[in-house]
Design a protein around this ligand. Structure first.
Ligand SMILES: *Cc1c(COP(=O)(O)O)cnc(C)c1O
Length: 237
Protein backbone atom coordinates (compact mmCIF):
# COMPACT_ATOMS: atom_id res chain seq x y z
CA UNK A 1 0.00 0.00 0.00
CA UNK A 2 2.57 2.51 1.09
CA UNK A 3 4.66 2.88 -2.09
CA UNK A 4 1.64 3.56 -4.27
CA UNK A 5 0.31 6.18 -1.88
CA UNK A 6 3.71 7.80 -1.70
CA UNK A 7 3.82 7.90 -5.51
CA UNK A 8 0.41 9.60 -5.75
CA UNK A 9 1.33 12.21 -3.18
CA UNK A 10 4.71 12.92 -4.77
CA UNK A 11 3.05 13.36 -8.17
CA UNK A 12 0.39 15.63 -6.71
CA UNK A 13 3.02 17.75 -4.99
CA UNK A 14 5.00 18.01 -8.23
CA UNK A 15 1.97 19.11 -10.26
CA UNK A 16 0.90 21.62 -7.60
CA UNK A 17 4.41 23.05 -7.62
CA UNK A 18 4.33 23.39 -11.40
CA UNK A 19 1.04 25.27 -11.18
CA UNK A 20 2.41 27.51 -8.47
CA UNK A 21 5.42 28.23 -10.67
CA UNK A 22 3.22 29.02 -13.70
CA UNK A 23 0.92 31.29 -11.69
CA UNK A 24 3.89 33.06 -10.09
CA UNK A 25 5.55 33.71 -13.44
CA UNK A 26 2.42 35.43 -14.70
CA UNK A 27 2.93 38.05 -12.00
CA UNK A 28 6.67 38.29 -12.53
CA UNK A 29 7.51 36.24 -9.46
CA UNK A 30 9.17 32.89 -8.93
CA UNK A 31 7.47 29.79 -7.58
CA UNK A 32 10.01 29.52 -4.80
CA UNK A 33 8.88 32.89 -3.46
CA UNK A 34 5.54 31.32 -2.65
CA UNK A 35 5.35 29.03 0.35
CA UNK A 36 3.32 25.86 -0.13
CA UNK A 37 1.67 24.92 3.13
CA UNK A 38 0.57 21.32 2.91
CA UNK A 39 -2.65 20.98 4.86
CA UNK A 40 -2.72 17.51 6.40
CA UNK A 41 -5.98 17.77 8.34
CA UNK A 42 -7.69 15.07 6.25
CA UNK A 43 -5.08 12.37 6.81
CA UNK A 44 -3.30 10.35 9.47
CA UNK A 45 0.30 10.42 10.65
CA UNK A 46 1.51 7.92 8.02
CA UNK A 47 0.21 9.94 5.09
CA UNK A 48 1.46 13.15 6.69
CA UNK A 49 4.88 11.56 6.82
CA UNK A 50 4.65 10.84 3.08
CA UNK A 51 3.83 14.49 2.45
CA UNK A 52 7.01 15.40 4.30
CA UNK A 53 8.96 12.85 2.28
CA UNK A 54 7.61 14.45 -0.89
CA UNK A 55 9.51 17.57 0.07
CA UNK A 56 6.86 19.68 1.80
CA UNK A 57 8.51 21.14 4.88
CA UNK A 58 5.58 23.40 5.86
CA UNK A 59 2.57 21.59 7.24
CA UNK A 60 -0.76 23.07 8.27
CA UNK A 61 -3.47 21.83 10.61
CA UNK A 62 -6.72 23.47 11.57
CA UNK A 63 -7.43 21.54 14.77
CA UNK A 64 -5.05 21.75 17.70
CA UNK A 65 -5.45 18.13 18.82
CA UNK A 66 -4.42 16.85 15.40
CA UNK A 67 -1.47 19.18 15.36
CA UNK A 68 -0.31 17.94 18.78
CA UNK A 69 -0.58 14.31 17.72
CA UNK A 70 1.29 14.74 14.43
CA UNK A 71 3.86 17.14 15.80
CA UNK A 72 4.75 14.63 18.46
CA UNK A 73 4.86 11.65 16.06
CA UNK A 74 6.95 13.52 13.46
CA UNK A 75 9.10 15.63 15.75
CA UNK A 76 12.37 14.04 14.62
CA UNK A 77 11.77 15.41 11.12
CA UNK A 78 11.24 18.95 12.39
CA UNK A 79 8.54 20.16 10.00
CA UNK A 80 7.42 23.77 10.24
CA UNK A 81 3.92 23.66 11.69
CA UNK A 82 1.32 26.24 10.78
CA UNK A 83 -1.90 26.60 12.72
CA UNK A 84 -4.53 27.62 10.18
CA UNK A 85 -7.77 27.17 12.12
CA UNK A 86 -9.35 28.84 15.12
CA UNK A 87 -7.27 28.38 18.25
CA UNK A 88 -9.03 28.55 21.60
CA UNK A 89 -7.05 30.29 24.27
CA UNK A 90 -7.08 27.24 26.52
CA UNK A 91 -5.21 25.33 23.79
CA UNK A 92 -2.46 27.89 23.32
CA UNK A 93 -0.11 26.42 25.92
CA UNK A 94 -0.05 22.97 24.38
CA UNK A 95 0.01 24.14 20.78
CA UNK A 96 2.79 26.67 21.00
CA UNK A 97 5.86 24.44 21.47
CA UNK A 98 5.61 22.90 17.99
CA UNK A 99 4.32 25.96 16.18
CA UNK A 100 6.26 28.20 13.81
CA UNK A 101 3.38 30.32 12.52
CA UNK A 102 -0.24 30.95 13.42
CA UNK A 103 -2.41 32.19 10.52
CA UNK A 104 -5.57 32.58 12.54
CA UNK A 105 -5.12 35.45 14.97
CA UNK A 106 -8.72 36.60 15.17
CA UNK A 107 -8.90 38.59 18.41
CA UNK A 108 -6.88 40.76 20.73
CA UNK A 109 -7.49 38.24 23.49
CA UNK A 110 -5.88 35.48 21.46
CA UNK A 111 -2.91 37.73 20.64
CA UNK A 112 -2.51 38.48 24.37
CA UNK A 113 -2.64 34.77 25.28
CA UNK A 114 -0.10 33.90 22.61
CA UNK A 115 2.27 36.58 23.83
CA UNK A 116 1.91 35.58 27.46
CA UNK A 117 2.53 31.92 26.70
CA UNK A 118 5.47 32.74 24.41
CA UNK A 119 7.10 34.54 27.34
CA UNK A 120 6.57 31.53 29.60
CA UNK A 121 8.04 29.21 26.99
CA UNK A 122 10.82 31.60 26.01
CA UNK A 123 9.94 31.74 22.35
CA UNK A 124 8.75 34.03 19.60
CA UNK A 125 6.20 33.19 16.98
CA UNK A 126 5.13 34.50 13.62
CA UNK A 127 1.48 35.47 13.36
CA UNK A 128 -0.97 36.55 10.68
CA UNK A 129 -4.15 38.52 11.22
CA UNK A 130 -7.14 36.60 9.95
CA UNK A 131 -9.50 38.90 8.13
CA UNK A 132 -12.99 38.04 6.91
CA UNK A 133 -13.16 39.24 3.32
CA UNK A 134 -16.06 37.18 2.06
CA UNK A 135 -18.56 38.40 4.62
CA UNK A 136 -19.76 34.78 5.03
CA UNK A 137 -21.11 34.47 8.54
CA UNK A 138 -19.72 30.97 8.71
CA UNK A 139 -16.21 32.21 8.03
CA UNK A 140 -13.97 33.26 10.84
CA UNK A 141 -11.76 36.31 10.90
CA UNK A 142 -11.85 39.93 11.98
CA UNK A 143 -13.18 43.01 10.28
CA UNK A 144 -10.61 45.43 8.93
CA UNK A 145 -11.41 47.83 11.79
CA UNK A 146 -10.80 45.15 14.41
CA UNK A 147 -7.52 44.29 12.73
CA UNK A 148 -6.51 47.97 12.95
CA UNK A 149 -7.33 48.09 16.66
CA UNK A 150 -5.26 44.99 17.19
CA UNK A 151 -2.34 46.48 15.26
CA UNK A 152 -2.51 49.60 17.43
CA UNK A 153 -1.78 47.47 20.49
CA UNK A 154 0.83 45.16 19.00
CA UNK A 155 3.75 46.67 20.93
CA UNK A 156 2.22 45.25 24.12
CA UNK A 157 2.70 41.76 22.67
CA UNK A 158 6.22 41.71 21.29
CA UNK A 159 6.72 37.93 21.32
CA UNK A 160 4.25 37.63 18.45
CA UNK A 161 5.76 38.95 15.22
CA UNK A 162 2.88 40.08 13.03
CA UNK A 163 3.97 39.43 9.45
CA UNK A 164 0.82 39.58 7.34
CA UNK A 165 -2.79 38.64 6.86
CA UNK A 166 -4.77 35.48 6.09
CA UNK A 167 -8.17 35.04 4.52
CA UNK A 168 -10.46 32.72 2.64
CA UNK A 169 -12.74 33.19 -0.34
CA UNK A 170 -16.41 32.49 0.13
CA UNK A 171 -17.32 28.86 -0.24
CA UNK A 172 -20.19 29.31 -2.64
CA UNK A 173 -18.55 31.80 -4.97
CA UNK A 174 -17.10 31.31 -8.44
CA UNK A 175 -13.39 31.56 -9.17
CA UNK A 176 -13.81 35.13 -10.37
CA UNK A 177 -15.55 36.02 -7.11
CA UNK A 178 -12.67 34.37 -5.27
CA UNK A 179 -10.18 36.45 -7.22
CA UNK A 180 -12.05 39.65 -6.32
CA UNK A 181 -12.05 38.63 -2.68
CA UNK A 182 -8.30 37.96 -2.79
CA UNK A 183 -7.81 41.35 -4.37
CA UNK A 184 -9.83 42.93 -1.52
CA UNK A 185 -7.72 41.08 1.00
CA UNK A 186 -4.55 42.48 -0.58
CA UNK A 187 -6.02 45.98 -0.42
CA UNK A 188 -6.92 45.47 3.23
CA UNK A 189 -3.36 44.32 3.86
CA UNK A 190 -2.05 47.47 2.14
CA UNK A 191 -4.26 49.69 4.30
CA UNK A 192 -3.27 47.83 7.46
CA UNK A 193 0.36 48.28 6.44
CA UNK A 194 -0.11 52.07 6.08
CA UNK A 195 -2.02 52.15 9.34
CA UNK A 196 0.69 50.22 11.18
CA UNK A 197 3.54 52.38 9.92
CA UNK A 198 7.17 51.67 9.29
CA UNK A 199 7.92 49.35 12.20
CA UNK A 200 5.53 46.66 11.06
CA UNK A 201 6.00 44.61 7.89
CA UNK A 202 2.88 42.84 6.73
CA UNK A 203 4.54 41.14 3.77
CA UNK A 204 2.77 37.82 3.99
CA UNK A 205 -0.54 37.19 2.27
CA UNK A 206 -1.82 33.72 3.16
CA UNK A 207 -4.61 33.01 0.70
CA UNK A 208 -5.64 30.33 -1.77
CA UNK A 209 -6.63 26.71 -1.30
CA UNK A 210 -6.79 23.64 -3.56
CA UNK A 211 -9.27 25.02 -6.08
CA UNK A 212 -8.37 28.71 -6.07
CA UNK A 213 -4.64 29.04 -5.40
CA UNK A 214 -3.88 30.25 -8.94
CA UNK A 215 -6.32 33.15 -8.45
CA UNK A 216 -4.74 33.89 -5.07
CA UNK A 217 -1.24 33.95 -6.55
CA UNK A 218 -2.48 36.28 -9.30
CA UNK A 219 -3.49 38.68 -6.51
CA UNK A 220 -0.19 38.43 -4.64
CA UNK A 221 -0.43 35.42 -2.31
CA UNK A 222 2.88 34.59 -0.64
CA UNK A 223 1.55 31.49 1.13
CA UNK A 224 -0.98 29.02 -0.25
CA UNK A 225 -2.67 26.44 1.97
CA UNK A 226 -3.38 23.29 0.00
CA UNK A 227 -5.06 20.18 1.37
CA UNK A 228 -7.33 18.02 -0.79
CA UNK A 229 -5.25 18.36 -3.98
CA UNK A 230 -2.34 16.63 -2.23
CA UNK A 231 -4.39 13.52 -1.72
CA UNK A 232 -6.21 13.44 -5.04
CA UNK A 233 -6.49 9.89 -6.36
CA UNK A 234 -6.03 8.33 -2.93
CA UNK A 235 -8.77 6.68 -0.95
CA UNK A 236 -9.15 8.61 2.28
CA UNK A 237 -7.81 6.53 5.16
C1 LIG B 1 -8.78 22.90 5.09
C2 LIG B 1 -8.20 24.22 4.94
C3 LIG B 1 -7.41 24.52 3.82
C4 LIG B 1 -7.14 23.54 2.69
O1 LIG B 1 -8.30 23.35 1.96
P1 LIG B 1 -8.33 22.47 0.61
O2 LIG B 1 -9.49 23.01 -0.14
O3 LIG B 1 -8.51 21.07 1.04
O4 LIG B 1 -7.06 22.71 -0.08
C5 LIG B 1 -6.85 25.79 3.76
N1 LIG B 1 -7.07 26.71 4.72
C6 LIG B 1 -7.83 26.46 5.79
C7 LIG B 1 -8.01 27.52 6.82
C8 LIG B 1 -8.43 25.21 5.94
O5 LIG B 1 -9.19 24.97 7.02
Amino acid sequence: MKPIQQKFIAENVASIQEEIEAAAQKTGRRGRDICLIAVTKYVDVDLTQMVLESGCRHLGESRPQQLWEKASALSSQEPNWHMIGHLQRNKVRRTLPSLSCIHSIDSLRLLASLDEECRRQGKEIEGLLEVNVSGDVSKTGMTEDDAKLLLDRRSEYPQVKLTGVMGMASRSGSLSTAQQEFSSLREIRDRLQSHGGADVKLDELSMGMSHDFAQAIAEGATMVRIGSRLFQGLARP
